[in-house]
Design a protein around this ligand. Sequence first.
Ligand SMILES: [Zn+2]
Length: 383
Amino acid sequence: MSLILTNCKIFTAQETLTDHSIVIKNGKICEITRDDITTENHEIIDLKGQLVAPGFIDTQVNGGAGCLFNNAPTVDSIVKIANAHRKFGTTSLLPTLISDDTDTTEKAIQAAKQAHKQAVPGFIGIHLEGPYLNISRKGVHCETKITSPSKHSLALFKQISQIGSSMVTLAPEIADTQFIKALADEGIKVSIGHSNASYECTKQALQAGVSGFTHLFNAMSSLTSRDPGVAGCALEDPHSWCGVIVDGHHVHDTNLAFALKLKPKGKVMLVTDAMHTVGQHGAKFDLAGTEIYRSNGKVTTADGTLAGSDLTMIDAVKNTISRLNIDQEEALRMASLYPAQFLQQDHQLGRIAPGYRANLVLLDTELNVLDTWIDGVADNQSP
Ligand SMILES: [Zn+2]
């Protein structure tokens, strides 16, 4: 049976079409047409003129709905986190484990393997953010969990190459170019973050296979007079992608505007770096034994250190439009097409086109999320 979404505006990632319908079969988009549909066996949904866009892809999500992946690295957590973010337009995400011990990392990898096998809706891979980071740029990561690679680290991390599109955030001054190359050769996306590396060290890491920068400007060496640092190298390099947290708290809008001017179009993508607070009420939460507090769209420890974000993807899109003066279509691409390209999934995600997975978000004129589809299944029809 086909599903036909009709009477909608369609932002394909390239252009916005009106008076077209999307025909979906077996979870994939098979046609975008303005003709009358002639197939007999189909269900038609009238979208009342609202906008359909490619579902959002978030490469950095620590938690949601009260569930923090580090606290409970299980398939059940992955399901809860994916469902929580789906309400805000995310149809693909990478649950993100911040620096933790080997046992917890192993559990998270096993949970991700299982989620991949079960095809948990919304799950497309795992992100290991640490523990091979620089303590001097630890942010909210626990100092005692940050370490250097051991002889077992590569085998542990290489397992994630079997799990969809997965990524690792590391500091190249801690995990060397051989380590980076070994991961990149397995198809794992390697991103620099929580790093105090020099410009030269960052350059070498790019040559070894690094293709991304994690939460650009946050927890990395900045551009200074005699060393462009990680941030300067990220801005200079035309090939890599930068994840940015556009919540008005993590980065000054002017710095984000610089990044958008300096990087080629398509190389800056939105991430939430969301904590378990997203999709949950309350003002005080636990982060691996540390109390964290939510107020005014921020999540911080008692001393004011930002502890991930309270951001949703749709709010990141809205902030990009309102704070950075980016047009709506480009902001939507930053939340879908560009992360798909970073993950090398842009042959099946990030666009509304024949052959693509029917991962879609339905938005009203104020960009409120009305519904999502993952592989052609609407949120309200999901089990
Ligand atoms: Zn981080």
